[in-house]
Design a protein around this ligand. Structure first.
Ligand SMILES: C[S@@+](CC[C@H](N)C(=O)[O-])C[C@H]1O[C@@H](n2cnc3c(N)ncnc32)[C@H](O)[C@@H]1O
Length: 400
């Protein structure tokens, strides 16, 4: 059994519950959209209207967190409830929706979301099962999750239970999702086995309920991935957010890179051979999800390209090819790396604004920009990388 909340936890829970009463709802509804510079005035105005300090503080916290949550959860963030940690750890709506879609074809009757947090995933998983249960050890987080499910009209189909996931019986459960906490009060936890619950618990789960999925950090070392499971790296607008593990019937590939919001998805097993060769007329920079999944060679094969260096994720090709999995550039010039030469080239082209991309070099873009003393009305993009073991600078232009 999990222990109950401490005194400050009990106070926060009580304030949150008061926020759900008609008085709390009226206060929250009457607050203007959150503006950092206006918080003090808003608090004073609410107190003048007769609301007590604890309720006002709880309402302002929600208002601030709702504003912050917009980027992750879109318009509906304005109706939902958060804790600072819960928001920080919540899965983005577009990722949670994609995950839930993958459960949907399995006709799941009873699904359990272990470590449901504020229900970022659970709210979407609810649509993929007849009945869903979320479990979390933190009482305030459970109350927030319940409130969110009620706001979303899901309360009749989804239950939230407080408890330790290690103590939970999974009898009668036909699908499980687990998103272990990767931070503690002391900060981020980098080792998979340090997460709560630990990685070994995740792996054991799959033996108990075959249709198990888990959310892991995108940096999970490939050698820790269990054989037979699918690892899916997901990026949103180019930012790699997580590695989802799919076990049993849910696994449909060995490795996958999924780019959101488009949903373009690339599968492979990391064994595609790829030639290494010289710089061609075009350069392609694979999406981070492709790189993390180890599928750069598959992208290169798809566009008839080659790597510039066996260990660096830049692909070059002689013909322009459309691929959703990489950003393409036309190569305008290639020169050996040297400050003087680069400065001359950029001066000749009157470049005042420079985008620096780099892989396989220790050069710091900011330092380089300072050293180049750029001036002029034009913009340019350079790529610093190794070609056949030598440091090179590629002057490139993004393909339209
Ligand atoms: C990463 S968050 C989950 C976020 C959630 N998927 C979402 O999108 O909102 C992990 C949650 O696991 C809970 N937790 C950590 N260890 C736990 C355990 N042993 N038993 C139950 N809950 C646990 C934490 O309280 C935290 O809310």
């Amino acid at each position: 059994m999990s222990s109950g909340p401490d005194e400050s936890g009990r106070g926060q829970l009580a304030s949150f519950r008061r926020l759900l009463t008609p008085a709390g709802q009226a206060l929250l509804a009457g607050l203007a959209p959150y503006e950092p510079g206006q918080a003090l005035q808003a608090a004073e105005a609410a107190r003048r209207r007769g609301y007590d300090g604890a309720l006002v503080s709880a309402a302002l916290t929600q208002s601030r967190l709702r504003a912050r949550a917009h980027a992750k959860l879109g318009e509906q963030a304005a109706r939902l409830y958060f804790t600072p940690d819960g928001l920080e750890q919540a899965t983005r709506a577009v990722v949670a929706a994609r995950r839930a879609q993958r459960f949907a074809p399995f006709g799941v009757r009873r699904l359990v979301d272990l470590c449901c947090g504020i229900a970022g995933d659970l709210a979407h998983l609810a649509g993929a099962a007849e009945h869903a249960v979320g479990v979390d050890r933190d009482p305030l987080t459970c109350a927030v999750a319940e409130a969110n499910l009620a706001v979303l009209g899901l309360a009749d189909r989804v239950q939230v239970r407080r408890g330790e996931v290690e103590d939970l019986s999974l009898d009668g459960v036909d699908a499980v999702f687990v998103d272990p906490a990767r931070r503690s009060s002391r900060g981020r936890l980098f080792r998979p086995e340090s997460s709560s619950p630990p990685y070994s618990f995740v792996l054991d789960l799959a033996a108990r309920v075959p249709a198990t999925a888990a959310k892991l950090a995108p940096g999970i070392p490939h050698e820790l991935l269990p054989p037979g499971a699918e690892a899916e790296w997901m990026s949103v607008d180019g930012d790699v957010l997580e590695c989802a593990l799919w076990f049993g019937p849910l696994a449909t590939a060995q490795r996958r890179a999924t780019l959101l919001p488009t949903g373009d998805t690339l599968v492979g097993d990391g064994s595609t051979p790829v030639p290494v060769g010289p710089v061609g007329r075009y350069l392609y920079e694979p999406d981070g999800a492709v790189i993390r999944a180890g599928l750069v060679a598959d992208v290169a094969a798809g566009i008839g390209g080659r790597l510039l260096d066996a260990t660096i994720a830049y692909v070059s090709a002689d013909r322009a090819a459309a691929t959703p999995f990489a950003t393409g550039y036309e190569v305008l010039d290639v020169l050996p790396f040297g400050l003087k030469r680069l400065r001359t080239l950029l001066r000749e082209r009157h470049v005042g604004r420079l985008t620096v991309k780099k892989r396989g070099t220790a050069v710091e873009p900011e330092t380089l920009r300072r050293q180049l003393r750029l001036s002029g009305p034009n913009e340019a993009t350079i790529v610093l990388t190794r070609v056949a073991g030598h440091q090179k600078v590629l002057l490139v232009a993004p393909l339209a």
